[in-house]
Design a protein around this ligand. Structure first.
Ligand code: NAP
Length: 273
């Protein structure tokens, strides 16, 4: 029996590590999605070398464009996907920067595109399928401007953008898990990983960051193995996962009322599912 996985963000870093770990099992057909066509095809070759009997693929997606995200759910029928992984991300010092969808770029990558794609998939996925997203489980703060500045148009800072994305992602993914109780849904915090993370940062930040990543970061392959083990043994419902692949108990920072408010405000900003 063969399973099918779609890894958005599989063209680099943690997503790449997860794609390799899934391919290595031998019973998973992996589709990776991202913008980089050259890296995508290179990684498909790596996966094919690990499991030559499976058909692995690359598909283009630009998560700065929600129509492109919708297209991904049309090209990859959710009924046929057993594992949806989302690691698309960026690290910049830019301020509020709207996409063509009118949402901040960083928030769109880390939250809105993930919630939108998960919503497009969840209702059609088979029982016991998995949705696994990697960002900041258990480590982000509680975002303080949910009511007065949901989109961060006035209170944007690097910390607020990080806190809002993690805070919203927990709420959104938990809501999806509640709506689709036969699925296993999780948000993971990967710890410090030696990846291409920060490629969008100016050189004066990247230069000292890269040696620190090499010395103190775990490899993307090791992180991918840990995350993949965790995602394969997830129970149904919603879980938070730490950098060692263990469940974080009591890690949710939002109240039920905050979760409902986040989902309601999100729906007003996203296209219909
Ligand atoms: N590395 C760490 O230490 C660390 C720690 C905590 C949290 N995280 C979080 O974990 C996630 C993955 O990080 P990483 O270290 O693997 O980063 P990475 O190596 O920079 O990979 C980022 C991935 O996101 C994709 N991406 C970026 N913009 C995109 C867009 N517009 N549309 C579609 N895909 C896009 C990239 O693909 P293309 O370039 O091909 O589009 C790439 O595959 C991020 O959310 C990051 O914030 C990382």
């Amino acid at each position: 029996m063969s399973f099918r996985a779609l890894v958005v963000g599989g063209t680099s870093g943690i997503g790449h590590g997860i794609a390799l770990a899934l391919a290595k099992r031998g019973d998973v057909q992996v589709t990776i999605a991202g913008r980089s066509v050259a890296r995508g095809h290179e990684i498909v070759e790596q996966m094919s070398a690990l499991s030559p009997s499976q058909t692995h693929r690359f598909v283009s997606v630009d998560a700065f464009d929600l129509q492109s995200v919708r297209k991904l759910a049309i090209q990859n029928d959710p009924k046929d996907i057993d594992i949806l992984v989302m690691t698309q991300g960026m690290a910049t010092i830019q301020g509020y920067t709207p996409t063509r969808d009118g949402l901040d770029q960083k928030l769109q990558l880390h939250y809105f595109s993930r919630f939108f794609l998960a919503s497009l998939f969840a209702k059609s996925m088979k029982p016991n399928s998995r949705i696994f997203t990697v960002l900041s489980a258990g480590v982000h703060g509680k975002f303080q401007h949910l009511e007065d500045d949901f989109e961060l148009k006035n209170t944007y800072s690097i910390k607020n953008a990080a806190d809002a994305a993690g805070f919203y992602l927990d709420a959104g993914m938990e809501a999806i898990a509640n709506d689709c109780p036969s699925l296993a849904v999780a948000h993971a915090g990967p710890g410090f990983v030696n990846t291409n993370w920060g490629a969008e940062m100016p050189a004066w930040i990247r230069a000292p960051l890269r040696p620190l990543q090499r010395i103190f970061g775990k490899s993307a392959e090791d992180c991918g193995e840990t995350m993949t083990m965790a995602l394969l043994r997830l129970p149904t419902g919603y879980s938070l996962i730490d950098e060692n692949g263990k469940t974080i108990e009591n890690g949710i920072k939002h109240t039920r009322a905050e979760r409902d408010a986040i989902v309601q405000k999100t729906m007003l900003l996203l296209p219909d599912v």
